[in-house]
Design a protein around this ligand. Structure first.
Ligand code: SF4
Length: 305
């Protein structure tokens, strides 16, 4: 049963207990805890949050159940990690997303341990995976990240065979503070400043004005506004969104042809192609019988609203 299905149903205390025991057992397995369910279940069963939930479930609204269910989830996570408070070098966290870089990571870039080619930029307004909430979020600021292996969220530097990090001694700060058993440390990173593309280039680099022009002409705020208006039926909005897409495509062709900057290098300088960003929002591009390019909207889904 998914958490959402569970929340919709009326459960007896026995069925709540069964579901909680299952969740806890799964969690202990996932984090490779040496503790057994029987070791830990008494801790959860006697916790205030579990007792409240078990006694009052039937009288609660769905939103209240959700809130309390999540609180119990956090309680179980805390208790489970207390039984396994050390790094197993299992590589699990490196398979769930690559690190975002912070200003403090500049030395490893200067030393060439991480090269520009190993990076990509997610611009503000893109959908990105948050290592903190373990969910997809709309980014409110630019992120420069280590690339992930194609078709997965596995970090480029993870040796898939051994499960070890190729740059472990010099890994980025996000990886150094990553203690899966202590998520609070991860939240502390919020005080650190993100690395941005500006820090990757000299101010007089001829690429700077190109990047600025791309950011202006292919602004994701403008793209989102155009998509929202297009969904509401404004005829000119579809054209505005396509203009942004075409400018982005032309600039990429120009950079490859005239400047010898390959697509692998472009993703850090001007970010991911707009066509990929549109796809991440659920849009598709189609060419009709007359050769006209059209934007196809996600079915039954309003984006950004
Ligand atoms: S840089 Fe190393 S430690 Fe960090 S996510 Fe990649 S493989 Fe893991």
């Amino acid at each position: 049963m998914t958490p959402d299905e569970f929340l919709l149903k009326n459960h007896s205390p026995e069925s709540i207990e069964a579901e909680c025991r299952n969740s806890l057992e799964r969690l202990l397995r996932e984090i490779h805890s040496p503790a057994s369910l029987d070791d830990l279940w008494p801790v959860i069963r006697t916790s205030a949050v579990y007792r409240e939930l078990s006694e009052n479930w039937l009288s609660w609204t769905e939103s209240y159940r959700k809130r309390e269910w999540e609180a119990l989830g956090r309680e179980m996570e805390k208790a489970a990690y207390a039984t396994r408070f050390y790094c197993l070098r299992c590589g699990d966290c490196c398979r769930q997303g690559s690190p975002t870089l912070y200003l403090e990571d500049r030395p490893i870039l200067r030393q060439g341990i991480i090269r520009r080619l190993d990076l990509l930029t997610l611009r503000a307004g893109e959908i990105g995976f948050s290592n903190v909430s373990q969910d997809l979020v709309l980014l409110d600021q630019e992120q420069v990240k280590v690339k992930e292996k194609p078709g997965s969220r596995e970090c480029l530097f993870l040796d898939s065979g051994t499960g070890l990090c190729d740059i472990y001694e010099n890994r980025p700060i996000q990886c150094r503070v990553m203690e899966c058993w202590n998520p609070d440390l991860f939240y502390d990173l919020k005080a650190q400043k993100n690395l941005t593309r500006k820090e990757l280039l000299n101010p007089d680099d001829p690429l700077v004005p190109i990047i600025e022009s791309h950011s202006k002409r292919c602004s994701l705020d403008d793209l989102q506004r155009a998509l929202i208006r297009a969904q509401r039926g404004f005829a000119d909005a579809q054209e505005e969104a396509l203009d942004i897409l075409f400018f982005d495509q032309h600039l990429r062709e120009y950079l490859s042809r005239e400047q010898g900057i390959t697509p692998e290098n472009q993703v850090v300088l001007i970010g991911r192609p707009v066509i990929d960003i549109l796809q991440s929002f659920g849009f598709r591009i189609e060419e009709d019988a007359e050769g006209e390019i059209r934007l196809i909207f996600p079915q039954n889904k309003k984006v950004f609203e």
